[in-house]
Design a protein around this ligand. Structure first.
Ligand code: SIN
Length: 532
């Protein structure tokens, strides 16, 4: 069934829900989400939300910490917005029902994580994302103006020329994958809040839904994409990794946990003066180096400095995860790095607007300029709420002021039911192959030769998958693989363009920073060629 609405939101994590809640008093909001509404990366966020909330903290300090982590590529204005508007957004989450831990005096209990010069992480144990997601979903439930469609996967954005011939996003083509039915959702404004793309790597802390759908769709629709080479690998995923890998929150290191080799050497002070609390890119590379050098599979997170009671009360999810797997955390937690967050994405301005009229983006899908070449821990939930709020303010204004643009009827050929199985290798096998090659060739340490091989391998898989996409019935699995292949291509392309090492992008062939040539974003868009 085709639909039309004022505002279409794609994704049901913190960014999409916040944006929908802000607009609901003024507009009809249709929110599509590809699985159940609570299936989002937000639910997996452990550490918390960073903001200037403590008496000893100042905006300048949070700004400075964010800029330092970003290795020269943060957009200073965007960072200023993030930091100065942050506290109000955190208190708004509390008003919506999120309960963060408090100390005995009822003040917010603030945690510390790598790269932060002050305690500024508001958290709910080590399951903060789940707490926020639950509160926001309850608030959405109470809003009659928000309709949520579960099991609806956006396949592509609709782009139509406006009366002056400029491309405008006018909604999306959506697949109800329970019944295999494709329909059109027309919208005056479309918000991409569909999260990241960790599933493009073999080992990731991201859930299986994190397949880069929004970035891939925006690219195919002609929007600008930036900085896809900056993939953050979280240093401490529980080993052996599962899918998704369980995240041992950085807050453990903030409270004194230390990384050691299997024979007990505390190796991080050899790599950085901040030791185990060094920036994430440094820690992940150090672990990668130790593991390869010593021929071992993992390192140990030693939590013995966190006294028993505190470990249990502050980190219940971490403790439970260890016990569920048959060991006590006090014995040492086996960890390895895993893909965690994409700092690049759909390029936006500081109001969440993309380069395509009618299309907005916020949260992990977006590149708002706040993370630069490396994201500071716990700045991502903050980015989502701050920029969702700003985008909602802009859209709300435009709903009242812009002439209602009525898109011309879409001439569309929906796919004819094709054969279910044209004898191609299985989608799951191709997804696994892609994830393996991205891990091996485009991981923590890169090189020209590895990136060249990755480009050829991704192109070969994409060409073969295009045949499936164009000749068979569309499925959610097929659509996700199409998007994963698209984002893999974008990551490799951006990585090949950046012939230096900076922040999260480290390549053996260009191991130093080159400010003369590369103190800038890597911005790409679709030029020529038909998308599939
Ligand atoms: C963590 O808890 O270590 C993750 C927090 C983040 O990625 O910002």
């Amino acid at each position: 069934m085709d639909r039309s609405t004022d505002v279409l939101v794609i994704g049901s994590g913190i960014a999409g829900l916040t944006f929908a809640l802000k607009l609901a008093p003024r507009a009809r909001v249709l929110l599509v989400t590809k699985k159940e509404r609570a299936d989002s990366s937000t639910n997996y966020a452990r550490g918390g939300i960073a903001s200037v909330l403590g008496d000893d903290d100042r905006f300048e300090l949070h700004i400075q910490d964010t800029l330092v982590a970003g290795a020269g590529l943060c957009h200073p204005r965007a960072v200023e917005v993030l930091v100065t508007e942050g506290p109000a957004r955190v208190y708004e989450l509390i008003e919506w029902g999120a309960q963060f831990d408090r100390d005995p005096g009822a003040q917010l209990s603030l945690g510390r994580e790598g790269g932060h010069s002050r305690r500024r992480i508001a958290h709910a144990g080590d399951h903060t994302g789940h707490e926020i997601e639950t509160a926001l979903l309850a608030a959405v439930e109470a809003e009659p103006n928000i309709e949520v469609l579960e099991d609806h996967l956006a396949l592509d954005l609709l782009v139509t020329p406006d009366p002056a011939g400029r491309p405008v996003c006018t909604g999306a083509l959506v697949l109800d994958h329970r019944v295999g039915e494709t329909s059109v959702v027309r919208a005056r404004f479309t918000m991409l809040a569909s999260g990241g793309c960790g599933q493009v790597y073999r080992h990731t802390t991201n859930p299986d839904i994190a397949t880069g759908d929004g970035i891939a769709m925006a690219y195919r629709a002609g929007a600008r994409i930036a900085n896809m080479e900056f993939i953050q690998f979280h240093p401490t995923a529980l080993f052996p990794t599962e899918d998704p890998a369980f995240l041992m929150t950085e807050a453990l290191r903030g409270e004194g946990a230390e990384l050691r080799t299997l024979d007990g050497r505390a190796f991080m002070p050899e790599y950085h003066p901040l030791g185990s609390l060094a920036p994430r890119d440094v820690v992940a590379r150090a672990i990668d180096h130790e593991i390869k050098e010593r021929g071992e599979t993992h390192v140990i997170l030693d939590v013995s400095r966190i006294a028993g009671e505190k470990l249990e009360s502050h980190f219940p999810a971490a403790v439970e995860a260890c016990r569920d797997r048959g060991f006590e955390p006090a014995e040492g937690i086996p960890v390895v790095p895993a893909a965690h967050y994409v700092c690049g994405g759909v390029l936006t301005d500081s109001m969440g607007h993309t380069s395509l009229a009618g299309l907005y983006a916020t949260g992990e899908v977006a590149c708002s300029g706040v993370h630069g070449a490396n994201r500071l821990a716990s700045n991502s939930l903050l980015e989502a709420v701050v920029f969702a709020d700003r985008a909602a303010r802009l859209v709300s204004y435009r709903l009242q002021t812009d002439a209602a643009y009525v898109a011309p009827p879409l001439r569309r050929e929906l796919p004819k039911p094709g054969p279910e199985d044209p004898g191609l290798p299985g989608i799951a096998a191709r997804r696994a192959e892609l994830r393996g090659l991205m891990w091996d060739l485009v991981g923590i340490v890169r090189s020209d030769e590895r990136l060249e091989r990755a480009e050829a391998d991704v192109a070969r898989l994409a060409a073969a998958e295009a045949v499936r996409w164009l000749s068979t019935r569309w499925t959610a699995d097929g659509a996700e693989l199409r998007n994963l292949l698209q984002v893999a291509e974008l990551i490799v392309r951006c990585a090949r363009l950046r012939r230096e090492s900076r922040g999260l992008h480290y390549t053996l062939d260009h191991p130093h920073r080159d400010n003369e040539r590369f103190l800038r974003d890597t911005v790409i868009s679709r030029a020529g060629g038909l998308p599939w």
